[in-house]
Design a protein around this ligand. Structure first.
Ligand SMILES: Cc1cc2nc3c(=O)[nH]c(=O)nc-3n(C[C@H](O)[C@H](O)[C@H](O)COP(=O)(O)O)c2cc1C
Length: 388
């Protein structure tokens, strides 16, 4: 009965709670001889760290990572590399304030996992939500930093594209922008509008939802396996597994329902590099559960932060009705800090599928194939409309 592990060959197990002494993960199955320093992981954790702007929780956690196992000096270069054995990573909790949570020991916070944990297990760690807290996502980000190194040329980036009803203008998308504003927003103008809106929301003690988009480039063709190991299905599960996520879509996603077949099916031509060139990417880089070599694009919606400063109707674990106002330190919009978490989850899924593909298929067959002697050539339609 283990539900704290994901991945088949690149296998991540996380442990720890919001207010325990530490949290972390064990990454098993990482190939050997990959250069890995704590600084590589720290860099990623620093992007997720709380308390970095007025838009995220003021809990102060250094999120300093220690590599406990799975690395050693390379005999040739002397650089620290992975050994192929389990890599254990530890992040200590230093800024727990359990007193913030004394009032909710018996009362369930609406929108949180309090009732479901209690009803299922008969007890719950009420300090900051225990295991259900998004503190756990620090361990995922740490694992993701390793996953990125497994797939050569892989670049996974995510961005905040919607806050409440405000959306970015995709024509202004600039990846460089995500490191220039504290919201990971790729549109500088929208970032200002988002910030102004978030200030209002924060001052009102309320919260707002968001949409995050993740793009993975450098994903080779062939990752993902029909029918129960589809890349898009595993991505959806991984992203849905992030706290507060209520919807996931791949490529055109829910918009695909409103498109015609002509608009939706990505046409193909031959590229100059000998690989097919897709004329669009409504599929989000996945066909039949297998990567096409196009960027893999996923999007997800997060719900508004449940902890707000307005009293809400609830019940206690003893069946009494009460009202609850959730004090403590909270993100007014969890979509911001979900951005690095999203990148990590996608990197882990792709690394896992990369290793699975290599294990089953070895090298992807050389494409295009040679036409067998005597096989008739393809005759183009006389009046093909697909003439781009
Ligand atoms: C990065 C991140 C930070 C979060 N911070 C908060 C928070 O400060 N306050 C809160 O009420 N929920 C926060 N959440 C959401 C809760 O963890 C989540 O809603 C809760 O555990 C219930 O789980 P569910 O929404 O997935 O059903 C955060 C989520 C993420 C991804």
């Amino acid at each position: 009965m283990s539900f704290n592990t994901f991945g088949h060959l690149f296998r991540v197990t996380t442990f720890g709670e919001s207010h325990g002494p530490a949290l972390g993960c064990v990454v098993d199955g990482c190939p050997p001889r990959i250069p890995l320093e704590a600084a590589d992981i720290q860099e990623r954790l620093d992007r997720r760290r709380p308390g970095q702007s007025r838009f995220t929780t003021q809990r102060r956690e250094p999120d300093a990572v220690k590599i406990l196992s799975g690395v050693f000096a390379d005999p040739q270069s002397g650089a620290q590399v992975t050994t192929g054995t389990p890599i254990a990573l530890l992040i200590e909790n230093t800024d727990q304030r359990s007193k913030d949570y004394a009032e909710i020991r018996d009362a369930y916070r609406p929108g949180h996992a309090d009732y479901t944990y209690d009803a299922k297990y008969g007890l719950r760690d009420y300090r900051g939500g225990g295991r259900s807290s998004a503190r756990e996502t620090a361990a995922r980000v740490a694992a993701g930093a390793i996953a990125r190194k497994v797939v050569p040329g892989l670049v996974v980036r995510a961005a905040l594209i919607q806050v409440g009803r405000l959306r970015i203008d995709r024509a202004r998308w600039d990846w460089a922008e995500i490191d220039r504003n504290p919201l990971f927003c790729p549109d500088a103008t929208a970032a200002e509008a988002f910030a102004a809106h978030l200030d209002e929301v924060r001052k009102a003690g309320s919260s707002v939802g968001a949409v995050v988009e993740v793009v993975a480039e450098g994903v080779p063709v062939g990752l993902g396996a029909p029918v129960y190991g589809k890349l898009d299905a595993d991505l959806a599960a991984a992203l849905m597994g992030i706290n507060a996520v209520k919807g996931v879509e791949i490529g055109a996603g829910f918009e695909a329902a409103a498109l015609s077949g002509e608009e939706n099916a990505d046409e193909m031509r031959m590229g100059n590099d000998g690989a097919p060139r897709f004329l669009s990417n409504q599929a989000g880089g996945v066909l039949g559960g297998i990567s096409t070599g196009q960027p893999v694009v996923a999007r997800f919606a997060v719900k508004p932060t449940s902890s707000i400063l307005t009293p809400r109707a609830t019940v206690t674990r003893f069946g009494e009705e009460t009202d609850l106002l959730t004090k403590g330190r909270h993100d007014p919009c969890v979509g911001i800090r979900a951005v690095p978490v999203a990148e990590a989850m996608v990197a882990c899924v792709i690394a896992d599928h990369y290793l699975r593909h290599r294990a089953q298929v070895g090298d992807t067959p050389a494409w295009p194939f040679t036409r067998p002697a005597g096989s008739p050539e393809q005759v183009p339609l006389p009046e093909s409309k697909a003439s781009r």
